[in-house]
Design a protein around this ligand. Sequence first.
Ligand code: SAH
Ligand code: SF4
Length: 432
Amino acid sequence: MTAEDPAAKPANVPLFGLRPAPSAVRPRDPRPGISGLAPGELEAWMTANGHPAFRARQVLDAAWRGKQTTFAEIHTLPPAIREALDAAFRLDTMAETEILATDGGLTEKALHRLSDGLLIESVLMHYPARDLAGARDAAGARGANRERHTLCISSQAGCAVGCPFCATGELGMERDLETAEILDQVRNAQRRLTADGKRLTNIVFMGMGEPLLNLDRVLASIEALNDPVRFGLGARHITVSTSGVVPGIRRLTALGPQFTLAVSLHAARNPLRDVLVPLNRRWPVEEVVAAAREHAATTGRRVTYEMTMIDGINDTDGDADALAVLLRGDLAHVNLIPMNQVAHTPWTGTPIAVVERFAERVRAAGIAVTIRFNRGTEIGAACGQLAAEHAGQPTPIVVQRRRERIVAQSAAALRGERSDEPAPAGTGEGSG
Ligand code: SAH
Ligand code: SF4
């Protein structure tokens, strides 16, 4: 199915008519989103405003189980309460959402506009039961012949880390998402699934942004997702992916057994990882793996390592051997994912035969490896690509300069030289 296929387009939804928003175009709506409120907060507001506390339950039911997106649609509430709620809160922080389906309807990409005009994205992937024998979905979960519906969500608008193969990284950092903005991506997808009598089975923080640099809000949103009164999804069905924010990994470890931790590794050797994941200049690969190892040992949960495979850059036998040495004996699982083409890089994804060879070499060292493919490549469903496209295309000269910089940096890295550039701004320990 292609972007032009009318069958891919839900009725009455214009196909990505949202206007480009490279940066916030207006001030943020100061009204908090209902889904981001702490337990008891809405009851307290009701009481303080002279309304019965049980009205809060009706609002939260609509928010977490209903299909309403405005207070005016909650007909069980008296009009005066609806108006008072509307003055104080938002029922939905997604100001506009457009959906694009691909992979024969198995992948649905949602582009969401926030109150200040910024665009973020979430991707809903359907895994029919018959596809799952022995396969793993985006959450790395092995199919027990059960149907799955996995949602990939964003934690920030843009990202400060700046990985050169990532469209979000190229956008740069806009801002952290509010807790409600994280959760409303989930509610949006669940409303679409509910219409088909289905339920989200897995949630992965693998969309735009670095979740561990917005950790307080990511943790608050996971609490709401886990809470049986709110979303009610078990922690085991949630995966948080990080590019290697070591203090954040340690904080997660201190919380005990929770969700699955995925680490975006991409290279086992520092010179190349300095280029592919610029955060490596602050927390080098051995520190990241040590923190992940500690996490696995403390929680008993296997850590997933993600390797985006780039042709001729990080896919050689030497890279496979370095990875095997780095992870030998660990409670770990490696996912190899050929890079999805992005406009501003000169690189292409590793051919499948080379990915298989790499996988065999790492497996030979006793490490579990799965080869995965990005869903929705036709519509640019890799990390932040769609929102990046809508942020407007850089001029050809800007693209050319970026490509030259990336080629020069990676050539030096492949010669074993470490980058002398500082870690990206906005990625310090205090961030998030
Ligand atoms: N910032 C976090 C989570 C979001 S990125 C992190 O980096 O882990 C989620 C995943 O998308 C990462 O593993 C990243 O490497 C991958 N990704 C980004 N751009 C990609 C591309 N062009 N092709 C394939 N995977 C990509
Ligand atoms: Fe940020 Fe993750 Fe993209 Fe790197 S891969 S720029 S950390 S979103």
